[in-house]
Design a protein around this ligand. Structure first.
Ligand code: ADP
Length: 180
């Protein structure tokens, strides 16, 4: 499943799939503050990318929520992995929206700094971290759209949503039709 939202001649895409298989300059990991691996998309990225990524992560000394760090992509097709730490959801009134937006924005700032043009994101914080996807999707999308409008070097952002319900929430939040 696929949907596209044009932004000033560039593309914001939604796809259902596995982020570890994306052929983009950087994939974003929904990491935890230790940067030492975990379950969900984090485990999948380290499994697919091999031990080199974890070795680099060990040198970084962790990452606070709302921040991001970059490593190479190991055996992945993507050249880089941007490790972003989202908020653990508590009640939605404890700074979670700001922290989530910061995680997306800081990831894109790292992409710009490293002259990367194509970036794939998972749905940060909506798995083990418990952020309701209906609340997280508009924050994720607004933050990325705002950034792309002011940073023409970012040519493609692709949200890679693992399951159909998550894809559908993002698609509806973006207000676009799915294509096949
Ligand atoms: P967090 O701890 O930030 O909540 P999780 O990895 O637990 O991160 O979940 C974030 C989202 O990533 C969830 O929607 C989960 O279904 C999804 N996910 C898990 N594996 C993959 C994968 N290989 N590719 C893309 N998304 C994935």
């Amino acid at each position: 499943m696929y949907a596209v939202f044009p932004i000033d001649g560039r593309r914001l895409e939604l796809v259902q799939g596995d982020i570890t298989r994306q052929e983009v300059d950087a994939i974003v990991n929904a990491a935890n503050p230790s940067l030492l691996g975990g379950g969900g998309v984090d485990g999948a990225i380290h499994r697919a990318g091999g031990p080199e990524i974890l070795a680099e992560c060990r040198q970084l000394g962790g990452c606070p929520p709302g921040e991001a760090r970059i490593t190479t992509g190991g055996r992945l097709k993507a050249r880089y992995v941007i490790h972003a730490v989202g908020p653990v959801y508590y009640d939605g009134k404890s700074g979670e929206p700001e922290t989530l937006a910061n995680a997306y924005r800081r990831s894109l700032e790292l992409a710009s700094e490293h002259r990367l043009h194509t970036v794939a994101f998972p749905s940060i914080s909506t798995g083990a971290y418990g952020y309701p996807v209906e609340q997280a999707a508009p924050i994720a999308l607004h933050t990325v759209i705002d950034y792309m409008r002011t940073h023409p070097e970012i040519e493609l952002v692709r949200f890679v949503l693992y399951d159909t319900p998550t894809f559908e929430v993002y698609r509806r939040a973006l207000g676009v039709q799915a294509e096949t």
